[in-house]
Design a protein around this ligand. Structure first.
Ligand code: FMN
Length: 355
C-alpha cells in the first residue's frame, strides 16, 4: 500500500516494526524489511561495534531500507554507591529465594556511551534513525541529514512532539500509554505522560505538520486503519512482532504473551529504573524495595544478568516481560507472514468500512 510516507522511505507499506532493544536481531529486522515494511534494530543496549556488526548482517540479508533505534542519554552516569550495594543485596536475596543460581555484579559501565553509539549509527547509515528518551542535539540532526538519514523522534505528549518538530525531525512516533516497553517521555514524568493513543494522535496532528506515526496497542489491520483515520502516516508495532520465530525474546516470554490479561499489564520501574510497560509477574510482585529507588540505567545494568539467567532457566516469571496492553492479541507466525497478514486485514477493514 503506497503512501507518501512509504514512498519517501522506499518501503511498500506504512508499517514499522518497532526497535525493541534486546529483542530485534538482524534476522527479524531483515525479514520485516524484505516483506516491504520497515524493520528496526533496537540498539539501545548495543556497544558501537555490535551496532556496526548487526547493521552489516541486516544488509547481508537484503538491501532494503531499515532503521536503527537508540536511546538519547548522557554518556556518563553517577550512581549512589550505598544505594547500589543495598539494592544488590536485596536482589541477590530475591534470586536465592526463587532458586535461581545467579547474583548481581558491577558492570564496567552502566550503559554504552550514546555519543559512540551515535557515531556507529552514522557510519552504518541506515535509511532511518529512531530516537527515544530525549531530543538529539542540532549538530547531530545536521549530521544525520547530511548522510540522508531520515530522523524519527519519539513523543508521549504534545509538548514532546513540538520539541522534536522544532529540532528538525522528519517524523515523530507518538507513543500512546498502551505501548509496550519503556516510555519515551523526556519532558514529563512517566505518570503524567500516560495519554491514550486515541487522545494523543489527534492532539499531535493539530500541533505539528510533520508525519506522525502511531504506536501503542496496535495488533492487527483494524488498528492500522484506525491509526490512519486519526491522522497517522504510519503505524509502529512492537508487541505484535515479539512472538515471531525470528524475534529473540525468551521462549518463556513468548509463551506467556498470548495468555496475557490486559489488567495484568502494568507500568514497571523495578527492572530498569525507568517506567516501562510489561506483565505483572512474580518479579514485579516481589520486587525489592531498595532497587526501586535506583535510576535508569543503573538498575537496568544490575538486573541484566538476573534477567538473562531467568530467560535461560525458562523462568518467565522472573524476567522483564515487556508488552503493550493488547498483548493478548499476538499471532505467533513468521515476520513476513505477519506483515502480509496485517496489510491484508487492513485492506479488508478499509473495504468493510467503505460498505
Ligand atoms: C520489548 C520492547 C522493547 C522496546 N524497546 C524499545 C527501544 O529500544 N526503542 C524504542 O524506541 N522503543 C522501544 N519500545 C517501544 C516501541 O517503540 C513502541 O512504542 C511500542 O512497542 C508500541 O506499543 P505495542 O508494543 O503495543 O505495539 C519497545 C517495546 C517493547 C514491547
Amino acid at each position: 500500500m503506497q503512501t507518501a510516507f512509504a514512498s519517501r522511505l522506499g518501503i511498500e507499506h506504512p508499517l514499522i516494526q518497532a526497535p525493541m532493544s534486546g529483542s530485534t536481531p538482524p534476522a527479524l529486522v531483515a525479514a520485516v524489511s524484505n516483506a516491504g515494511a520497515l524493520g528496526a534494530l533496537g540498539a539501545g543496549y548495543l556497544e558501537p561495534q555490535a551496532i556496526l556488526d548487526q547493521a552489516a548482517q541486516i544488509r547481508a540479508l537484503g538491501e532494503r531500507p531499515y532503521a536503527i533505534g537508540l536511546f538519547v542519554l548522557p554518556d556518563e552516569f553517577e550512581a549512589d554507591v550505598a544505594a547500589v550495594a543495598k539494592a544488590r543485596a536485596q536482589l541477590d536475596a530475591l534470586m536465592a529465594r526463587e532458586g535461581l543460581d545467579v547474583r548481581t555484579s558491577l558492570p564496567s559501565r552502566w550503559a554504552p556511551r550514546f555519543s559512540e553509539q551515535f557515531a556507529a549509527l552514522c557510519e552504518a547509515r541506515p535509511a532511518v534513525a529512531i530516537f527515544a528518551f530525549g531530543v538529539i542535539a542540532p549538530a547531530q540532526m545536521r549530521e544525520l541529514h547530511r548522510r540522508d538519514i531520515y530522523v524519527i523522534g519519539t513523543a508521549t505528549t504534545v509538548a514532546e512532539v513540538r520539541a522534536w518538530a522544532e529540532a528538525g525531525a522528519d517524523a515523530v512516533s507518538m507513543q500512546g500509554a498502551e505501548a509496550g516497553g519503556h516510555r519515551g517521555s523526556f519532558l514529563h514524568e512517566a505518570e503524567d505522560a500516560m495519554i491514550g493513543l486515541f487522545a494523543l494522535l489527534p492532539l499531535a496532528v493539530r500541533a505539528v505538520d510533520i508525519p506522525l506515526i502511531a504506536a501503542g496497542g496496535i495488533m492487527d489491520g483494524r488498528g492500522l486503519l484506525a491509526a490512519e483515520v486519526l491522522g497517522a502516516a504510519a503505524s509502529q508495532l512492537g508487541t505484535a512482532f515479539l512472538t515471531c520465530p525470528e524475534c529473540s525474546a525468551a521462549e518463556a516470554w513468548k509463551r506467556d504473551l498470548p495468555l496475557v490479561e490486559e489488567h495484568r499489564v502494568t507500568t514497571i520501574r523495578g527492572f530498569s529504573g525507568r517506567a516501562a510497560r510489561g506483565l505483572r509477574n512474580r518479579f514485579v510482585e516481589a520486587m525489592p524495595e531498595a532497587s526501586q529507588g535506583l535510576p535508569y540505567p543503573v538498575l537496568n545494568a544490575l538486573t541484566a544478568p538476573l534477567r538473562r539467567a531467568a530467560a535461560e532457566a525458562g523462568r518467565g516469571d522472573l524476567l522483564s516481560e515487556w508488552c503493550g496492553q493488547a498483548a493478548g492479541l499476538v499471532r505467533p507466525q513468521p515476520a513476513a507472514e505477519l506483515v502480509a497478514r496485517l496489510m491484508h486485514e487492513y485492506r479488508l477493514a478499509r473495504r468493510a468500512l467503505a460498505g
